[in-house]
Design a protein around this ligand. Structure first.
Ligand SMILES: Nc1ncnc2c1ncn2[C@@H]1O[C@H](COP(=O)(O)OP(=O)(O)OP(=O)(O)O)[C@@H](O)[C@H]1O
Length: 226
């Protein structure tokens, strides 16, 4: 399988208040269709790494490739385009706009690309809601649905532009075990049936054990890649 994401010798220092070597020579790939988790103690650098991999932080050493394209050193507007088109994000908090409908929330990232007509975007958003078994919520305000439903809407929104990879920072961190299992099943299906790549930071070992591979970090380094 071809690599979708390639991290080569990623290194980062925080300079203030004192020099702190937070990421040390990080090397790994995520292949097409692979579902990978990242684990490690609090403070080991997981979120800092995800921030770099998701192109939001440009201040690092090493090289980052997405679908064989070098992203390191690209200007912010190019990275913003790549992020919106090719990377889907799911966070611990859903970041839905509470006064907008579920459907409008899912459509939002597609509007920025302006590649499709509003009708096509709407049909695509409805399709994503159907995939996640929440099309009945389409017209509800985002503030009026449950926590588990909000996270499924956030996943539908992450899928709207048919990304190459989904990245998540503790996406089940706020959910009870039933809703966590649901999210896990959705991710598993996306990987197995749609060939989507996923890279998910988690503290939940049960969740991580259901992924294809666990990357374990300690003190800014990768200590295992199984
Ligand atoms: N802007 C910053 N300036 C200086 N140090 C920082 C900054 N951001 C994070 N750190 C430090 O870098 C280290 C790694 O932080 P990071 O948030 O990546 O850890 P993490 O593994 O994601 O932790 P958690 O599991 O608690 O979310 C921590 O020691 C943190 O205090």
């Amino acid at each position: 399988m071809k690599p979708i994401l390639e991290a080569r010798h990623i290194d980062k220092h925080f300079r203030k208040p004192v020099d702190f070597h937070v990421l040390k020579d990080i090397n790994f790939d995520v292949k097409a269709g692979e579902f990978v988790s990242i684990m490690g103690k609090s403070g080991c650098g997981k979120s800092t790494l995800l921030y770099i991999l998701s192109t939001m932080d440009r201040d690092y050493q090493g090289e980052l490739f997405l679908n064989a394209e070098l992203l390191t050193g690209q200007p912010p507007n190019k990275l913003a385009f790549v992020r919106n088109k090719h990377i889907g994000f799911v966070f611990q908090f859903h970041y839905l706009l509470p006064e907008f409908s579920v459907l409008e929330n899912v459509m939002l990232p597609a509007r920025k690309l302006a590649e499709c007509s509003p009708q096509q975007i709407r049909a695509n958003a409805l399709h994503k809601l159907e995939m996640l078994h929440i099309s009945h919520l389409a017209q509800k305000k985002a503030s009026r649905i449950s926590g588990g439903e909000k996270q499924r809407v956030a996943i539908a929104r992450a899928l709207i532009n048919d990304p190459l990879i989904i990245m998540g920072d503790e996406p089940t961190g706020n959910l009870d075990s039933h809703n966590s299992d649901n999210v896990l099943k959705i991710f598993r299906q996306l990987s197995d049936e749609q060939g989507l790549s996923l890279l998910i930071v988690t503290h939940d070992l049960d969740f991580a054990n259901q992924t294809d591979r666990i990357i374990t970090m300690e003190d800014g380094r990768i200590i295992s890649l199984n």
